[in-house]
Design a protein around this ligand. Structure first.
Ligand code: NAD
Ligand code: KPL
Length: 308
């Protein structure tokens, strides 16, 4: 079988982008980072590459990098920015995408994927949902903090792409999902049940065990929403899974809690905001979810953080 040597262009040398870039490069796959501007590119070059810390061992990868203004065409793009940056990021790259290019979308939540796809009708958009964990320890230095799993899928074309073998070689544990939207909805529902409450109570995931009635009511409303949105499988056993996740991650702060604690913008518009907007579109009244959204917006506003 001939080697597939298409370059992976990776936009966003943040936590997940760096994690993918380092592992692909380590497996001999050509990688090209796309950085925000000339200043960042110069800083990256001065640093000498990306460093991945895994099991306490640091290794630097001197990967090629460029900015969006580079003229070379792009065949395969991993979009590894936050959901709120995705549409603008793809708009800057759309003219470079080859016909039948592939764009892999790593964003959590829902909403950004449709916005990206509308900008690049010539491309195949592959959606991802990941439970891997990584964080930036320093500029150009990322720690692989939690092994997990990544599901990839394309609601418009169920054929798996041939490069999944490259992910396998790179040690990126994954599955091709025939129901990626169901996976993304399920993750969104879990995040909506857990993350906002951890922010509002300023607590670790495990402390939510002290609020069983509130969690149960939210899960009921989220399940109703999932049914209404045509995602009954994503509603199945939701409350039990929320309880399991809370138990399994009891000592952790949720990603939204970490964002708020560090004064960073959250992805609220693509999580609880998306859920409430979907409910409204379907004229579904979900009083507890709506009240949670309002409380969270107020909380973020009081800290000078955006509501979108
Ligand atoms: P991050 O903030 O660490 O990295 C995003 C990077 O994208 C940043 O370096 C930012 O500068 C860059 N970026 C944004 N716009 C750009 C542009 N136009 N051009 C070039 N670079 C640009 O974010 P992350 O933690 O890697 O998260 C990415 C997505 O993955 C999010 O939706 C997040 O919810 C999801 N996710 C993250 C993790 C994790 O452990 N970090 C786990 C699961 C899912
Ligand atoms: O994904 C999460 C997050 O913190 O964003 C979990 C652990 C599921 C909590 O919602």
């Amino acid at each position: 079988m001939s080697e597939c040597k298409t370059t992976w262009h990776i936009l966003g040398a943040g936590s997940l982008g760096s994690l993918w870039a380092a592992r692909l490069a380590r497996a001999g796959v050509p990688v090209q980072l796309i950085l925000r501007d000339a200043e960042r590119l110069a800083a990256y070059r001065r640093a000498g590459g990306l460093t991945l810390v895994e099991k306490g061992q640091a290794r630097q990868f001197p990967l090629d990098a460029q900015t969006a203004t580079d003229p070379a065409p792009i065949q395969r793009l991993l979009l590894a920015c936050k959901a709120y940056d995705a549409e603008q990021a793809i708009a800057g790259l759309a003219p470079r995408l080859a016909d039948e290019a592939e764009v892999i979308l790593l964003q959590n939540g829902l909403g950004s994927q449709d916005a990206v796809a509308a900008r690049v009708p010539q491309a195949r958009c592959i959606l991802a949902s990941s439970t891997e964990g990584a964080f930036r320890e320093d500029a150009w230095r990322v720690v692989f903090a939690g092994h997990g799993h990544t599901w990839l899928g394309d609601p418009l074309d169920l054929t798996p792409p041939p490069w999944l073998a490259e992910l396998e070689r790179a040690g990126i544990v994954h599955d091709w999902s025939l129901d990626i939207l169901g996976r993304l909805w399920r993750k969104l529902a879990l995040n909506c049940a857990i993350n906002p409450l951890t922010v509002l109570y300023d607590c670790r995931n495990g402390d939510l065990r002290q609020h069983p009635a509130e969690l149960a009511t939210l899960c009921d409303e989220l399940a109703e929403l999932l049914h209404t949105c045509g995602q009954p499988a994503a509603a199945d056993g939701l409350h039990e899974e929320v309880q399991r996740v809370i138990q399994a991650t009891a000592a952790n702060y949720s990603s939204m809690h970490q964002d708020v604690a560090q004064g960073r913008r959250t992805e609220i518009a693509y999580l609880l905001g998306h859920a409430c907007a979907a409910a409204q579109r379907h004229r579904l009244v979900l009083p507890h979810l709506t009240a949670l959204h309002q409380r969270l917006l107020k909380h973020l506003g009081a800290r000078g953080l955006p509501s979108h």
